[in-house]
Design a binder for this molecule. Structure first.
Ligand code: ADP
Length: 449
């Protein structure tokens, strides 16, 4: 400010001096005092115009908004321009930082596995991520700023949204929900800010299915255990209250032993399944020699066939055909459990005297196949996809009569998966079935150990 006043006075003094000089040297007909006054005035006017032009330059600089260049370097306007520049630069930096932060937040929401959707105070959509778009079938271009009620028309959601009580989540069908492939969404609204709402959506189809499976499983296990228990307690009561001859007593005791065996098999299968689910995957460090494995399988198979048909000399025609001499990488007990389940099923479901072929072969592509073929009753095509479900039976009474638990094929499938193998089932009603486990080449080694 000081220099501004000095410059102003300086201009006037210079103007006055110039006027006085001109008047005294050129002999113009004015007094020197008048010339001095005119010079001072002109000097002041010149300062004013100069100052105005600097002000206009600053204004123009502000209008264009290019803060990378300095408008004026000195004087009051220079300082004003420097301060404005600093202010603009710091505001720009803050804006950039907050935009970056907002972008980061949006990217984080975008990466969320759950659907995130923001609603304004009127229920219009302000933003949503990809997951929410797929949950509700929204289009970012078309549906932004649309009212949520116009886009999500499920009656349950409409009621939930209108009730304005968002303490609980809402379970509603997903967009791709069909009677054969149910899709369930969990939707929860959270109020925030001034009347705004945050909507979180989650696909809970798998969770609900797992829950339903767990409930079914518990109900099935209870049912399976209750049946032999009821029979057992009935026999116990009969034995306690009635007098029996020795042969009658023995008959009842044999029936009781059968029921307790059934419970034992069930518990043992359940334990096998839970071990399969809970234990680490079998690696490739342990090698199971196939010929020895096959010998053990043959011994057990022949014993089972004889045990199931004690009254006859005619047993199943069991053929054990081992065409490979190598080893399979995996768990001995798991592989044996799977293989003996398949052999056991073939023996239990095929008529006595029929042929059962148990075979190990090397496939042309290097994979190894273990298969059990029987000439039993076969299975209708509609049952085949469900055979590996726990407790699924084609013929309940036959399965029970032969000591089945309904868990055998579930165990086989589990073991196959844990060994990167595939369970293949082929069956023709009235002709027989082939159950095969195909192991990848990576789990087979040629020389037996
Ligand atoms: P289960 O203990 O009842 O045998 P599984 O899981 O081993 O249970 O088999 C499921 C169902 O598949 C059986 O109840 C039976 O109906 C059918 N099944 C399995 N193996 C055979 C087979 N070799 N021949 C005919 N049906 C079979």
């Amino acid at each position: 400010m000081f220099w501004r006043i000095v410059f102003f006075i300086g201009c006037q003094l210079a103007g006055g001096a110039a006027g006085w000089l001109v008047a005294s040297q050129t002999g113009v007909k004015t007094t020197e005092l008048e010339a001095l006054a005119a010079g001072v005035l002109l000097g002041g006017l010149a300062w004013f115009l100069f100052d105005l032009s600097r002000g206009a330059r600053l204004l123009n600089w502000l209008r264009v908004g290019d803060v990378s260049e300095v408008a004026l370097s000195v004087g009051l306007w220079g300082e004003a321009s420097a301060r404005v520049r600093r202010l603009v630069l710091s505001r720009d930096r803050l804006l950039r930082e907050s935009q970056d932060r907002l972008q980061d937040f949006l990217l984080a929401f975008q990466a969320s596995p759950n659907g995130v959707l923001l609603l304004d105070a009127h229920g219009s959509i302000e933003w949503f991520n990809q997951t929410a778009a797929s949950h509700f079938g929204l289009d970012p271009q078309r549906d932004m700023l649309q009212h949520i009620g116009n886009l999500v028309r499920d009656p349950g959601f409409v009621r939930y949204f209108a009730a304005q009580d968002y303490q609980q989540e809402l379970l509603m069908p997903g967009r791709q929900n069909t009677p054969t492939r149910p899709v369930r969404l969990s939707v929860h609204l959270y109020p925030y800010g001034k009347g705004r709402l945050l909507l979180l959506s989650r696909d809970v189809t798998a969770l609900e299915q797992a829950d339903a499976m767990r409930r079914d499983f518990v109900a099935n296990v209870s049912h399976e255990i209750r049946t032999p228990l009821t029979v057992l307690s009935g026999f116990v009561e009969t034995l306690q209250t009635c007098a029996f001859t020795e042969p009658e007593r023995e008959h009842y005791l044999a029936l009781m032993a059968q029921q307790s065996d059934r419970m034992q098999t069930l518990v043992s299968d359940l334990l096998t399944l839970s071990r399969l689910e809970g234990s680490p995957l079998p690696g490739t460090l342990n090698w199971v020699a196939i010929p020895a494995f096959m010998r053990q399988l043959e011994q057990d198979g022949r014993a089972l066939s004889a045990a199931l048909h004690p009254a006859t000399d005619r047993l199943h025609a069991l053929v054990f055909d081992c065409q490979v001499d190598g080893a399979i990488a995996g768990s001995d007990s798991e592989l044996f459990s799977a293989a003996s389940n398949l052999v056991g099923n073939a023996i239990r479901y095929s008529p006595v005297g029929s042929e059962i072929v148990v075979r190990w072969v090397l496939l042309p592509d290097g994979r190894v196949e273990f298969s059990v073929s029987d000439a039993g009753p076969g299975i209708a095509p509609e049952h085949i996809p469900r055979l590996t479900e726990r407790f699924y039976r084609v013929d309940h009474s036959r399965s029970r009569d032969t000591g089945g638990t309904g868990l055998g094929l579930a165990i086989v499938k589990h073991v196959a998966q844990r060994h990167d193998a595939e369970l293949k089932i082929q069956s023709t009603l009235g002709k027989g079935s082939v159950f095969a486990i195909v192991f990848p080449a990576s789990r087979y080694q040629v020389s037996s150990i």
